[in-house]
Design a protein around this ligand. Structure first.
Ligand code: FE2
Ligand code: FE2
Length: 247
């Protein structure tokens, strides 16, 4: 699961000490000191701010594909959760569109950002997938909170654990859940929530390679490499290639 050992490209900034300024969203509100001035004061002839491939991370190929992000960037938990949800949908006989929505539904949690992850995940993949897939991903976040007895979907037990039993869904998600309920693609997003189970539930195990063919038919992989193209979300993928870049 680690980078390609035959890759002999030199790393940038070799011979320098590379400093990493953590992105604000990773530290704000936790009482951590994230002093940009203190870090900048350490710059000198042998010290630079990190830019480009970080030698501490598995190296991404020059033209990354979707599966490279699964193998080399996403956290184990998100990777298994996405693969397991997609496998569950596949085994249940759902369409490739539904399988793709399950495979990508929490993609922002893998290596980018957690808050409002359904909205982020939808935007990250939108240029590369069917419109219905991105729509289902966006609205799964709101629909997760809303039971639908007609299809056997209950409020997740895990949400009581995560947020506490007294947690109430915010107004913006209530609003978006109502929008989704009336939409022609409601069931696509609903099926994502039905297959949205965690490793401690009855999750299927799967490897990224099992989805190679479905991805090939349903994900427009750019020739330049995912993130090195000029799509409206290419910068989000680039941020996952180089998450420690100073600018
Ligand atoms: Fe989610
Ligand atoms: Fe999920």
């Amino acid at each position: 699961m680690f980078g390609d050992h035959s890759d002999t490209r030199p790393y940038p900034q070799q011979g320098y000490e590379r400093l990493i300024q953590t992105s604000p969203i990773g530290v704000i509100g936790q009482g951590n000191i994230n002093d940009e001035n203190e870090l900048l004061a350490r710059l000198g002839p042998d010290t630079v701010m990190m830019m480009g491939d970080n030698p501490a991370l598995p190296r991404m190929p020059e033209r990354p594909t979707l599966l490279d992000y699964f193998r080399l960037r996403f956290s184990d938990m998100t990777c298994q959760h996405l693969l397991g949800s997609a496998k569950r949908a596949l085994v249940a006989g759902h369409s490739e569109k539904v399988v793709m929505a399950c495979l990508l539904h929490d993609i922002s949690n893998g290596c980018l950002v957690r808050p409002d992850h359904g909205y982020w995940s939808a935007q990250i993949v939108a240029p590369y997938v069917d419109e219905e897939v991105a729509w289902a991903i966006k609205y799964h976040q709101a629909l997760r909170y809303v039971p639908d007895p007609a299809v056997g979907y209950d409020y997740p037990v895990s949400y009581d654990k995560f947020f506490g039993p007294d947690y109430e869904m915010p107004a913006y998600l209530r609003r978006d859940a109502e929008v989704a309920r009336e939409h022609k693609w409601y069931l696509t997003s609903r099926v994502v929530t039905i297959n949205d189970v965690y490793f401690y539930d009855d999750l299927e195990t799967a490897t990224p390679e099992e989805f190679t063919d479905i991805i090939g038919r349903n994900f427009r992989q750019p020739e330049e490499g995912l993130g090195l193209d000029d799509s409206p979300s290419a910068h989000m993928w680039r941020t996952m290639i180089w998450p420690n870049n100073f600018l």
